[in-house]
Write a protein that binds this ligand. Structure first.
Ligand SMILES: C[S@@+](CC[C@H](N)C(=O)[O-])C[C@H]1O[C@@H](n2cnc3c(N)ncnc32)[C@H](O)[C@@H]1O
Length: 257
């Protein structure tokens, strides 16, 4: 179901294209992209869907111009079928929110459909084994849009609650020590033996790397962590087996196996 009753001929899809490889792009996302008149997105994500580009008009944008991109997509969608691409899932730190905020601000009558995708956490978890089969929280360490104080509060709360933690945006050129600061906070309430997975470029054709370590040793790999990395920190019950992280869901407490 679309979100508004349109009086226009166009349509705007906000499409999550998954972590990177064509195999992990949903059939729905592929169909929307193939049938769009216009595809708009930043170059990194457009490169990931190159195999689906033929006669569509492609508008390349750059990071930091998200508001402009959202406005342009909404305006073009009055008379065209527009697909805005968003990496991973279109909700999770994705473009869905900004597009709907701008549409609300403009009281736009354009039809908007949000198309989900495989998020980095799922992609990374699959490579690590089974670290997030129970309650978890995801926290972005990017303080561009969220104040660092708020991020710290969330880190304290989730660590204290013994939730598995997925860390998005662990670092960038401007935020080089946020990851170290976050690890320091988490170590206050978690043992050094807790398993940690560091995964870069998960399920992408190039640059994929997977490291399994522990909270006490994770900063030895600090140089491996960058803006293409997601880190998963286990809870007090997580363990390592054959270089994989397993967080028990609780079956062992109820059944013999
Ligand atoms: C702005 S967020 C976008 C997240 C995206 N909407 C999603 O659902 O995966 C960017 C962050 O996602 C994570 N990320 C995205 N794709 C990744 C991948 N293939 N491997 C590892 N981390 C990834 C990194 O932490 C990166 O800094």
């Amino acid at each position: 179901m679309s979100l508004s009753q349109s009086h226009n001929n166009g349509m705007l899809y906000v499409v999550g294209i998954g972590p990177g490889s064509p195999d992990h792009l949903t059939i729905k996302a592929a169909n929307v992209l193939k049938n769009a008149d216009i595809i708009i997105g930043n170059s990194t994500y457009l490169d990931q869907i190159n195999h689906l580009l033929n006669s569509q008009q492609v508008i390349r944008s750059t990071m930091g111009h998200e508001v402009e991109r959202a406005k342009k997509a909404i305006h073009l969608a009055r008379d065209n079928t527009v697909a805005m691409v968003s990496g991973g899932d279109s909700n999770i730190y994705g473009m869905a929110g900004l597009v709907l905020e701008v549409a609300r601000h403009e009281n736009s009558q354009v039809d908007i459909e949000i198309v989900p995708g495989v998020t980095a956490l799922s992609a990374v978890a699959s490579l690590l084994g089974a670290p997030v089969v129970t309650d978890f929280a995801v926290i972005s360490l990017s303080d561009l849009l969220t104040p660092w104080d708020t991020i710290e509060k969330r880190l304290h709360a989730t660590s204290d609650a013994d939730m598995v933690i997925g860390i998005y945006n662990p670092k960038s050129r401007q935020r080089n020590n946020n990851f170290q600061r976050a690890v320091k906070i988490i170590r206050r309430s978690r043992e050094d033996s807790v398993p940690v997975g560091i995964v870069k470029n998960a399920l992408r054709s190039e640059g994929e790397s997977v490291i399994v370590t522990t909270l006490g040793k994770v900063l030895e790999y600090n140089d491996e962590v960058d803006m293409r990395t997601t880190v998963i920190i286990g809870n007090s019950e997580s363990g390592i087996w054959n270089s994989r992280i397993i967080t028990p869901r609780g079956y062992h407490k109820k059944y013999d196996y």
